[in-house]
Design a protein around this ligand. Structure first.
Ligand SMILES: [Zn+2]
Length: 73
């Protein structure tokens, strides 16, 4: 299971109509709020849908980045 942090930039499998695939995580919880970096639109997704929709983390905002990466291996 991936670990996400507020402020992470993630690439989603689905491309937004504005052409951007990159989103910033602005709220974490049972529901995840992400903001499109292309057009600024904010969407809320259930955690499980978000997990399956993320292709990769572009920018990890965690201070302890290395330990998180190790956990993912
Ligand atoms: Zn967009």
């Amino acid at each position: 299971m991936k670990v996400f942090n507020l402020g992470d930039i993630v690439e989603m499998k689905k491309i937004h109509p504005c052409g951007s695939k990159n989103w910033e995580i602005i709220r974490l919880g049972a529901d995840i709020k992400i903001k499109c970096l292309g057009c600024g639109r904010i969407v809320m997704l259930p955690r499980i849908k978000f997990d399956s929709g993320v292709r990769k983390i572009i920018k990890n905002n965690a201070l302890n980045k290395e330990s998180i990466l190790k956990k993912e291996e």
